[in-house]
Ligand binder design. Structure first.
Ligand code: PLP
Length: 458
């Protein structure tokens, strides 16, 4: 154990940015179940997936065995513009909570897109460019992913078409303008521009849209236009691979001071930031070298891990994507319009689902108002206005630190502060006005989602 005093911010230098991503699947004894072709229900082949994704990304997606993937030089150079991200010791929050716990957070909001999503966007754009494509299509919920991909595409001179969940398109005009400024074409979803969008509009007139629905539109736009592929900002194993940069940097920073985390916490939408943050630590746990507690925090309005089923499901509402075995609420589940747009996906990364199923990770769900209580408490002492999604992780970190106050334990708590809340001021306004809703789906709401699960499950 080192006796060096730990600074407020532990920075790594540029040369300490990892040179390889880490693939946690390589160390999993029970591999995530394979993706299935929605037409044949057989495990999907690389060739079939290549109609949707870039070839190099298909390789990463299907590789459960290679532990390390070199990060291409051009991606690393882009990373150097905004990474390494700081790991902050939350001294002021510890004091505010009067806790003996040591709290650290990894802040991913220091780039224009405002979140960790840029880490994968730049990788996906790079491989599209390498393959000589014209452009990529995608969906975006709260707008963070669309913004990140727009930035990445403009950097590599690629066209970017974004289908934005309608409720966010209306609530977040500023996000839309950032995307357009970076040259992206942004369409509210469901739109009338795709077959699947027209169908969903006919079936659910006036719908707010959902991520699952926007994904279907973006996939259709990619597969029906020559020279385009689809890019997804979460859920997939390739995305978790790219996001491992978060965890690798965190581990490198903590190792400098001899700090071993006891608890590692992340908010969980599709699982990419959490999966990335915990990856190298989970690797140690899986190999029996160390033990950690991992906690996934989801919104009570879309509780896939805590109330969902672990089955094969469609990844999108239009049922055009491969099926994944994951904790899911059903692809037809329509979450209430909570403000943590990035946590409104019906399923969870299949690798994280398997790890949760095998008992390597815990999960809890939290309500919107208590989440903002935590976010505001954090903002007032730590000086960063967090994204609503990140507030979920903050809630859990504060709760764990308060438990330490009871027990007197000096635990090391690390959490992922995934983004900034500058684009979420409508949500903060509701909180400040006391008009935030805390809708939690009833058993009946969930039953409707489960009723749409496909028939491939035993
Ligand atoms: C998208 C997003 C999330 C949730 O996505 P994951 O894939 O679960 O990480 C969390 N926080 C922010 C700020 C986001 O933009």
């Amino acid at each position: 154990m080192s006796t060096k005093e730990i600074p407020y911010k532990i920075y790594l230098n540029e040369n300490e940015i990892p040179k390889e991503w880490y693939n946690v699947r390589a160390d999993m004894k029970n591999k995530p179940a394979p993706l299935l072709n929605p037409a044949t229900l057989n495990p999907i082949t690389a060739e079939e997936l290549s109609a949707v994704f870039c070839e190099e990304l298909v390789k990463q997606e299907l590789d459960d065995d290679t532990a390390y993937f070199p990060i291409p030089e051009e991606i690393r150079n882009f990373y150097k513009m905004y990474r390494p991200s700081p790991l902050v010791r939350a001294y002021c929050l510890e004091k505010e909570l009067d806790t003996p716990a040591h709290i650290y957070y990894k802040f991913e909001g220091n780039n224009t897109s405002g979140s960790h999503k840029l880490n994968s966007a730049i990788a996906q754009a790079y491989y599209a460019k390498e393959q000589g494509l014209k452009g990529v299509t995608t969906e975006t919920g709260a707008g963070q992913w669309g913004t990140a991909l727009s930035m990445a595409c403009s950097y590599f001179g690629l066209d970017c078409r974004v289908f934005m969940v309608k409720v966010s398109y209306e609530q977040k005009p500023h996000r839309r303008e950032v995307m357009r400024t970076y040259g992206a074409n942004v369409t509210p979803s469901p739109s009338m521009e795709t077959e699947v969008g027209r169908k969903i509009n006919a079936e659910f007139p006036g719908t707010n849209g959902s991520l699952g629905c926007a994904i279907s539109e973006a996939v259709e736009a990619a597969t029906s236009n020559e020279g385009y592929r689809y890019a997804l900002g979460s859920v997939l194993s390739q995305v978790m691979l790219h996001q491992s940069i978060i965890g690798l940097e965190t581990k490198a920073a903590l190792d400098k001071y001899g700090v071993k985390p006891d608890i590692i916490i992340g908010c969980a939408g599709g699982g990419s930031n959490l999966g990335g943050l915990i990856a190298p630590f989970m690797g140690e746990k899986l190999r029996g070298e160390a033990d950690y507690r991992f906690i996934a925090v989801e919104t009570a309005s879309c509780p896939s891990l805590t109330r969902g089923r672990y089955v094969y499901d469609f990844c999108d509402t239009g049922k055009v994507c491969p099926l994944a075995k994951m904790y899911t609420l059903g692809s037809g589940f329509m979450p209430s319009p909570s403000h943590a747009g990035g946590l409104r996906y019906h399923g969870m990364s299949s690798a994280l689902s398997q790890l949760y199923h095998d008992g390597f990770m815990e999960a809890r769900s939290v309500g919107q108002t208590e989440v903002f209580d935590a976010g505001v408490q954090f903002a007032r002492v730590e000086g960063i206005l967090p994204a609503p999604e990140s507030n979920h992780a903050i809630r859990c970190a504060i709760d764990e630190a308060l438990k330490c106050r009871e027990t007197g334990e000096e635990k090391n708590i690390v959490f992922g502060l995934t983004g900034t809340g500058y684009f979420d001021l409508v949500a903060y306004g509701k909180y400040n006005d006391g008009t935030m809703s805390d809708y939690v789906p009833t058993e009946d709401d969930l039953a409707k989602g489960f009723a749409g699960l496909p028939n491939v499950n035993e």
